[in-house]
Design a protein around this ligand. Structure first.
Ligand SMILES: [Zn+2]
Length: 411
């Protein structure tokens, strides 16, 4: 059984952090507004480069210079910055991507808007608010406890397009780190302790062209065959196991009166476990087409492996839940269908907690928003997570009225 925490002292630490963040919430909102203006669409390299420069200058201004900084450059997607803070080896790593799905110019018609509690703007929920919360969490620790956590910030610019350039950096820079925190948006406030793996299967079928009226039997229609592929593929789904199949793109043929020489289908498959990933691989390997003249070729791209909840991930969630309790915020956990960079980390067996970012809704949609209270609360939650548990209760109790109040010591 863990030692009983003197909850009043621990709460005071969290209360100091919350008070600090509440009193600086206008600055947090200002930072978010500036960050939204720095448009960072995944496919606009010059904007990504300019955006990352501004982000780094802003981070240095808020939490100081890192003890170590590495940068990984890419020709066509956003560069990666890895910033180590604190004096010892990193005890945690933070994943945050700065690219968004919104094209250049979006902020001209849709700048960040305030409606009391609601902050809306392109990229706010996914995931600009998350990075603002994280930076202010570290600043709050510095300002209230004089403590800079030993943590590694991994800031990437190609998450929305599959993290092809950043995956190896994420994997190598998270290796050996005991906890990884991902500041992707929450799910209605819940943290994410599981995500499906995503596989893209592209099936190309080659047939034989012929005139549909003059010599139809000489033709071998790739389109007819792709229909067989589709019919078989949708049956690979296993909803009880969490496996879904979506035939999202179909193309083929040239004219209605020509038997099609080529056709293609692109299929999105989501799985919750390695076993299902393997089963799906063998299913696609066993696709059959009736006409022996047809040539079939399957290309497999498991873009992200499944992020399965392990006991170690459960321990991380419990820790977050206890920080939440200290603030009076009950936290829930969910497993979701969408993948993130957390999938790469979890697949290596590294404990990871995701969904620590914005409270809000509307990722990739015109109603995208984050809440102002979530900005403060989530920054405080992150601060609690980055504070070693041994420091949760070290704040000296004020003299006089608090001394000797043993009643305050509850679990
Ligand atoms: Zn995201």
């Amino acid at each position: 059984m863990p030692p009983r925490l003197p909850i009043v002292l621990a709460s005071e630490t969290m209360r100091d952090i919350l008070t600090y963040l509440n009193s600086h919430s206008d600055e947090m909102v200002d930072d978010l507004e500036a960050y939204v203006k720095w448009e960072t669409p995944s496919d606009e390299k010059p904007l990504l480069d300019a955006g990352l420069q501004k982000i780094l200058i802003w981070i240095y201004s808020r939490i100081g210079m890192p003890t170590r900084e590495d940068s990984f450059e890419s020709l066509d997607v956003g560069n990666i910055a890895v910033l180590d803070y604190g004096q010892s080896r990193p005890q945690s790593a933070i994943l945050a991507h700065y690219d968004t799905v919104w094209p250049a110019g979006t902020t001209a018609g849709w700048p960040m808007q305030f409606d009391g509690e609601i902050l809306s703007g392109p990229g706010i929920f996914d995931m600009k608010a998350g990075l603002v919360q994280l930076v202010w969490a570290i600043r709050a620790l510095q300002q209230t406890a004089g403590f800079t956590p030993s943590t590694r910030l991994i800031i990437t610019g190609d998450e929305e397009t599959g993290s092809h350039a950043s995956r190896s950096v994420i994997e190598s820079r998270c290796a050996g780190i005991p906890a990884v925190y991902v500041f992707e948006a929450s799910s209605e406030g819940a943290l994410k302790t599981g995500r499906k793996g995503v596989g893209l299967f592209t099936v190309n079928v080659t047939g034989i062209e012929a005139h549909a009226g003059l010599n139809p039997l000489d033709g071998a229609s790739a389109v007819h065959s792709i229909a067989e592929v589709i019919t078989q593929s949708v049956q690979f789904a296993a909803h009880d196991e969490g496996t879904t199949v979506n035939v999202g793109l179909v193309s083929g043929g040239t004219r209605s009166n020509v038997s099609a020489g080529a056709a293609q289908v692109v299929i999105d498959v989501r799985v919750s476990s390695r076993e299902e990933m393997n089963r799906i691989d063998s299913c696609f390997a066993s696709l059959t087409i009736t006409d022996p003249r047809i040539v079939i070729q399957v290309t497999t791209d498991w873009n992200r492996p499944p992020f399965e909840r392990t006991p170690e991930i459960g321990v991380l969630f419990d820790r977050a839940a206890r920080v939440g309790l200290l603030m009076g915020i009950p936290l829930a956990e969910v497993s979701v269908g969408g993948a993130s960079d957390a999938n790469f980390v979890a697949a290596l067996g590294i404990p990871v907690l995701d969904g620590l970012g914005a409270v809000g809704d509307g990722a990739h949609a015109r109603h995208e928003y984050a809440t102002r209270s979530g900005l403060v609360e989530r920054a405080a939650l992150a601060a609690g997570l980055l504070l070693p548990e041994t420091l949760w209760s070290v704040k000296p109790a004020p003299p006089a009225d608090r001394t000797g109040s043993g009643d305050d010591k509850v679990e």
